[in-house]
Design a protein around this ligand. Structure first.
Ligand code: FEO
Length: 407
């Protein structure tokens, strides 16, 4: 059964949600599913904006046909050619063979690496957009805005002059299937969706803060009245759009959202865990919001997202094979790859005969951002196997120094 939703006059949502996929990009768990959004504009000319993933392509094609309602398709616009959005390109062109591809030079290059192996006629005949170029559809006219590296190099966005819809590609998207509504203002977004939106941003786009900042500057000059991303709900209320732009501004400048502590610990036998819990209780008792995660059981994408959220990060890990506990090493490698910086860190190391994890974690932190972008609180708390009553003064001094940093 087709399922299309009106977004604005002549503009239809034709995307579909996947609730079966376990991991997005085969990396990030998505227990709430994910939507692959696509839009159809039915005007003097008709246009499909992006396609969908292979897993939902049957539903997607049924939706497109319903939205076109027998009209021929004039344009297939590709804002972002990553296969989660473009697996159905060839199927769309096979079903509506008169449609002309609209993309940019970079997208055309990359598309031929993934698709069109036997016949590149459609790519060769494509309309190539550059910054500021327009596509006239009738009442609707799309103006294209290049957004390289948000999230791949070929990404572009477009804004529709008639409706003020910014078709924003991956930007402003989120994990999470769309259920009864496609509109953010009909969801409890901040309560129920924000953690997944942050996790999506940090892990998918987090590395590209400078590029996101460039797009945000461009967006300020546009008449944006709605945001229609390729994942997650559509934004149509001014206050919601302002709130979302504010989140993206913070995230892309690597500024924390919350003055808060996140404790991320690895623990083989529970002793580092015990220290982390005691630390959380003492910092929390000082009135500082504090969250605790075991990085052996918390998905790394969630740990990364929490590092994006909080101002202070405590890393606690055993020494392992003379090196760093592997899940902690993995997390720190990811934070570096994603370019996290502008945070304050405190370190807890554990090691019976030769504790080294504190020094190793400090060395990894020194690689985050530019030199001195991250601050390391002075003392490293060293645990020899397990904390005991005799360690209380040292432990309390360490915990109180973290809490004091909030005053
Ligand atoms: Fe949703 Fe970068 O693809």
């Amino acid at each position: 059964m087709y399922n299309i939703q009106p977004v604005a006059e002549d503009v239809f949502y034709v995307g579909a949600s996947d609730r079966r996929l376990a991991k997005f990009e085969n990396l990030f768990p998505i227990p709430r599913g994910v939507s692959y959004n696509s839009y159809v504009i039915v005007d003097e000319k008709t246009a499909v904006l992006d396609t969908a993933a292979a897993s939902v392509s049957a539903q997607y094609l049924e939706n497109v046909a319903a939205a076109l309602d027998g009209r021929p398709l004039d344009y297939l616009v590709i804002h972002h050619m990553e296969p989660d959005h473009c697996s159905a390109i060839e199927a769309v062109l096979a079903r509506w063979p008169t449609a002309q591809l609209v993309c940019n030079d970079k997208a055309a290059d990359i598309m031929t690496e993934y698709f069109f192996h036997d016949d590149e006629t459609a790519v060769d005949a494509s309309l190539r957009m550059k910054e500021g170029d327009t596509l006239f559809l009738g009442r609707h006219e799309l103006t294209f805005v290049m957004a390289p590296m948000v999230h791949w190099p070929e990404v572009m966005m477009s804004v529709d002059a008639a409706t003020g819809i910014l078709f924003s590609a991956d930007a402003f998207g989120t994990f999470g299937a769309l259920d009864a509504t496609i509109f953010a203002d009909e969801l409890r977004f901040e309560e129920e969706w924000l953690p997944d939106a942050r996790r999506y941003y940090a892990n998918i786009v987090g590395k590209f803060g400078k590029q996101v900042q460039r797009v945000l500057k461009k967006a300020k000059a546009l008449d944006v009245r709605m945001i229609a991303p390729l994942h997650g709900p559509v934004w149509r209320k001014a206050d919601g759009i302002a709130w979302l732009l504010g989140k993206y501004d913070l995230w892309s400048r690597y500024q924390p959202e919350d003055q808060a502590v996140v404790i991320l610990y690895g623990s083989m036998y529970g002793n580092t865990a015990s220290a982390a819990q005691a630390l959380a209780s003492r910092i929390g008792a000082a009135g500082v919001p504090t969250a605790v995660y075991d990085i052996s059981v918390t998905d790394k994408s969630q740990a990364v997202a929490e590092c994006w959220r909080a101002s202070h990060i405590v890393l606690a890990a055993p020494t392992y094979n003379g090196g760093l506990f592997p899940p902690m090493e993995d997390l720190l490698n990811d934070l570096k790859a994603l370019n996290l910086h502008n945070r304050t860190f405190a370190l807890v190391e554990n090691g019976s005969w030769s504790p080294a994890s504190g020094k190793l974690m400090a060395a990894k932190l020194a690689e985050l951002g530019e030199p001195d972008d991250c601050r390391l609180l002075d003392a490293i708390l060293t645990i020899r196997g397990a904390l005991c009553a005799a360690d209380t003064p040292v432990f309390e001094t360490f915990a109180d120094a973290i809490a004091a940093d909030f005053r």
